[in-house]
Design a protein around this ligand. Structure first.
Ligand SMILES: [Mn+2]
Length: 310
């Protein structure tokens, strides 16, 4: 029996500088055709949302620059998501760089203003344009979604609902700018950094996360660079010391399939890395999806986990 998931590619790559992210969904589909890895997922591919060709990359260091960055393209992705979101759950949004969260999270909040966002990432992506050291939009989406300094109101006026800091949960952080650290501390966002993963253990952390979100709807935004580059090397900003294969699959199993209404998978760049690196990265992404969405496997895993943990 297939587990139907709706798949939308949003191959925006101009929120960062490495070309290749726009081919990610294409490579993933090819990988699915060739892979010997078993999955009982039944992907329903929707016509995706592509960046206009004439859009040229521009670094973003201030809100003034941002106006030239044309966030209206994200608005059209939001609008497309909105029209299909109602009848298409669960929804997998395949990036692209992490700036697509500007579209995907606003679409989620439009349906579930009381929902939670679990942001799995090595980076917090919470710079404001003026604080960004790189000028790359993919390091800023959380600040728009949280409406820091009213930047959301000015730059993404299509959304009625901003994310409250209490409804954001980070997992896997390990590479933050000082501005981001201060901001997260002031906002009181829940953070499970890699340091807390090693100190508390993921089973403690996921129990806490599940108790915290309770029955509320959840959007997971999964940056592949949360994983250690040893297991998922094809990404533009790799940071050592990340989650290992077992840890990310454990997180996927612990999340309730019914509760996760939508998921982003971002920052897989098929042009960075060898053939072997590609195989590693895409197989891990597919395993993550399988553990998250194949409900009938869950009880088996839970049993085996209980058995192993005594
Ligand atoms: Mn990210």
């Amino acid at each position: 029996m297939g587990n139907r998931i709706n798949f939308l590619d949003i191959p925006y790559e101009r929120g960062q500088t490495h070309p290749g992210l726009k081919y990610s969904s294409e490579y993933f589909k090819r990988y699915l055709d060739q892979s010997s890895l078993y999955t009982s997922l039944d992907f329903k591919f929707k016509k995706g949302h592509h960046e206009p060709d004439h859009w040229s990359y521009k670094k973003v260091y201030s809100e003034l620059d941002l106006n030239n960055f044309k966030l209206e393209f994200y608005q059209s992705a939001f609008e497309q998501l909105n029209t299909i979101y109602a009848e298409c759950k669960p929804m997998v949004n395949w990036g692209g760089d992490h700036s697509i969260a500007i579209a995907t999270v606003t679409a989620f909040l439009n349906y579930f203003p009381e929902g939670y966002v679990i942001w799995i990432d090595a980076h917090a992506d919470i710079n404001i344009p003026a604080s960004s050291l790189t000028g790359n939009l993919h390091g800023t989406p959380a600040s728009f979604l949280l409406n820091i300094d009213n930047i959301g109101q000015r730059q993404i006026p299509w959304t009625k609902h901003f994310l409250s800091p209490q409804r954001l949960i980070y997992i896997g952080l390990r590479d933050l700018d000082p501005f981001e650290e201060d901001l997260i501390y002031c906002l009181g966002v829940k953070v499970y950094s890699m340091k807390s993963v090693s100190e508390l253990g993921l089973s403690y952390i996921m129990d806490e996360v599940k108790a915290y979100v309770n029955e509320a709807p959840v959007h997971v935004t999964f940056d592949i660079d949360s994983i250690d580059p040893m297991y998922a090397p094809c990404t533009g900003v790799p940071v050592p010391g990340g989650l290992d294969r077992n840890e990310i699959l454990y997180i996927a199993r612990q999340l309730s399939t019914a509760q996760v209404k939508s998921l982003d998978i971002v920052e897989i760049n098929p042009l960075l890395g060898s053939k072997e690196d590609l195989e590693k990265t895409f197989s891990l992404a597919l395993e993550f999806l399988t553990e998250l969405y194949v409900t009938e496997k869950r009880s088996f895993h839970e049993r085996s986990y209980t058995a192993n943990s005594v």
